[in-house]
Design a protein around this ligand. Structure first.
Ligand code: ARG
Length: 272
């Protein structure tokens, strides 16, 4: 496949997934915007489809979803801590450079809440492979519903919701209005047949249709993948991490498996 840049060497094998990881790390630094790519049926609330069949999230639908100023998504783990992807941040420590936008599907809305970061905690041991989670402490609490994280694998199945302001097609622009889509669980075995050894099955969970067409994309990174728990409450099972392109047939989206890191996330949050 055509390359415009040389990905970092991972062993001696350079695969499509390696390129995807390269793009992940490269794009996360700031150029990217993400959004849910969707070929789903158009709903009554759909935008004038900037993407084929994309649907807009409704104001207030996912109140825990936030946008980060470096071009990533995130979720409110607590009123003063955002859960995002490790590849969206540059290490740990005091950091007042990130602006979190919350409370509006329209990033340009004058009623959107904007709060600065004070600290970042990148997953311990993160080196670009797996462990793609990080926490951001906010200067002030945001009075919006938080999103519970899964602490068991029992919800790592079924249909998941993804949402964000990222690209609505591969190579596309980031979005002003939050987009959403649903994607089915993909087994580790199936996902490994797509990505081989680049998948870390104990730390990652995949989702998408065999035929592609619906996916997260650049700029959605760090945002949550979530589903209903047994009580009907939203529960986060994934963090948008990487994929080969977006919505390609045979290449599902790869998400940080939240249940694997639930204890680590809880412990890390307690230190912020
Ligand atoms: N790494 C991308 C980002 O930084 C997210 C890519 C998700 N890709 C996918 N095909 N699901 O925004």
């Amino acid at each position: 496949m055509a390359r415009t840049a040389q990905p970092p060497t991972k062993g001696s094998v350079s695969t499509v997934a390696t390129l995807a990881r390269f793009l992940k790390s490269t794009l996360a630094a700031g150029t990217i915007a993400l959004a849910a790519v969707s070929l789903q049926p158009t709903s009554a609330t759909a935008s004038p489809a900037p993407v084929v069949g994309g649907t807009r999230a409704v104001q207030g639908e996912f109140p825990f979803l936030v946008r980060l100023s470096m071009g990533c998504g995130g979720s409110l783990y607590s009123e003063q801590i955002v859960l995002t992807a490790a590849h969206c941040v540059n290490g740990s420590g005091n950091n007042t450079s990130i602006t979190v936008t919350a409370g509006s599907v329209d990033l340009n809305s004058t009623s959107a809440i904007k709060v600065k970061s004070t600290k970042v905690l990148q997953a311990p041991g993160y080196n670009g492979v797996g462990k793609d989670w990080a926490l951001i402490k906010l200067a002030q609490p945001i009075n919006l519903p938080t999103l519970k994280i899964a602490d068991t694998k029992s919800f790592d199945n079924g249909t998941f919701t993804v949402a964000g302001w990222g690209a609505t097609r591969e190579g596309g622009a980031q979005q002003r209005y939050q987009m959403k889509a649903t994607v089915p669980f993909v087994s580790d075995a199936s996902c490994q047949s797509s990505y081989g050894a680049d998948l870390v099955p104990g730390e990652e969970i995949c989702a998408g249709y065999d035929q592609g067409g619906v996916d997260t994309c650049q700029g959605d990174s760090g945002g949550p993948m979530f589903r209903r728990d047994n009580a009907g409450a939203w529960l986060q099972v994934g963090v948008v991490s990487w994929g080969l392109g977006c919505a390609r047939a045979g290449y599902p989206g790869v998400y940080t498996e939240v249940s694997t890191f639930a204890t680590a996330i809880k412990n890390a949050a307690a230190t912020l």
